[in-house]
Ligand binder design. Structure first.
Ligand code: ATP
Ligand code: MG
Length: 282
């Protein structure tokens, strides 16, 4: 039996209370291994740096690894919540001082390989999604790192979000899977806005081409053009940050991939990547 927040919350995100819920943004891809977890953890650090109280949720129910990328060893996690041992808000842990401190944010960790989350029954996955929405009241931004694929539980979590950043690279498999994700999301959760982020681009022009191909397919077959969240260049510093189990923002904030992720965070707040989409569709 899950404890999804029956206790009145004092707010892990700080003492300020909110009347409006956070902007809830999931990071998805269809294909695995394209940089969802790296982008989620980096965006969390970027939003925190911008002074926003931020919660990062490890929504990869099969192979959680936000904690590994961040080098944290959580005492408890979502699997313990599902098992009914702890309440959802008590599973929140702090990174760099936690939400409200400079470059600090909160994390709701998963548990890799436990199996407790991978085969979650539909009702429990939906309840988890609903309780995340309730927890969002304590934050300015909630990021959800989704698992790869387009299976129902991935979509159930995506449905609880306002926006979904779909990460793709220039490999045909990544592009077709990203398109499949956009298509399924459109049918399953039409109110969730899909955005596209191109990762590991060799050049900005190449990244732009990848975006255009995806945007064109969506326009032609689905009747809408997802906005560009931004383009992240391939950068060896990403690997370095992951190996050090720290965010790239803390080890090298001037690294190209860190600056690119920062621009995505700003675009998400502003509502578009520097007029590129408007200019193109005009
Ligand atoms: N911009 C980049 N430049 C260079 N390498 C990158 C970049 N982004 C991601 N990578 C590499 O891609 C690898 C996979 O990243 P990550 O684990 O974040 O992907 P994922 O989409 O979360 O994978 P999974 O589907 O397994 O959850 C990283 O270990 C890193 O080496
Ligand atoms: Mg991942």
């Amino acid at each position: 039996m899950m404890n999804f927040g029956s206790k009145k919350s004092e707010g892990k995100g700080g003492s300020r209370s909110r009347v409006a819920p956070a902007s809830v943004i999931c990071v998805a891809s269809g294909k695995g291994g394209v940089g969802k977890t790296w982008l989620s953890t980096t965006l969390a650090a970027c939003f925190a740096k911008m002074g926003r109280r931020t919660l990062l949720v490890d929504g990869d129910l099969g192979l959680a690894n936000v904690d590994v990328q961040l080098g944290i060893a959580p005492e408890t996690d979502l699997a313990a919540v599902i098992a009914g041992w702890v309440e959802l808000e008590d599973a929140v842990c702090k990174v760099n001082g936690g939400a409200g401190s400079e470059i600090g944010f909160d994390v709701l960790p998963g548990r890799s390989g436990s199996g407790a989350l991978a085969g979650l029954p539909a009702e429990e996955a939906s309840r988890l999604a609903a309780s995340l929405t309730a927890l969002a009241l304590q934050y300015d931004t909630v990021l959800v790192d989704l698992g790869a694929g387009i299976e129902d539980n991935v979509m159930r979590l995506a449905r609880a979000c306002d926006r979904c950043v779909i990460v793709a690279n220039d490999e045909p498999t990544s592009m077709t899977d990203a398109y499949a994700f956009i298509k399924v999301l459109r049918g399953y959760a039409p109110s969730v806005q899909p955005w596209i982020a191109v990762n590991m681009a060799d050049t900005r022009v190449a990244g732009r081409r990848t975006y255009e191909a995806l945007a064109r397919a969506s326009q032609t077959f689905l009747g809408f053009r997802p906005p560009l969240a931004g383009i992240i260049l391939r950068d060896l510093k990403v690997r370095e940050a992951i190996r050090q189990q720290r965010t790239i923002v803390s080890i090298d904030p001037q690294a190209q991939a860190a600056l690119d992720a920062q621009q995505i965070a700003e675009a998400l707040i502003r509502g578009g990547a520097e007029g590129m989409v408007e200019a193109k569709s005009a």
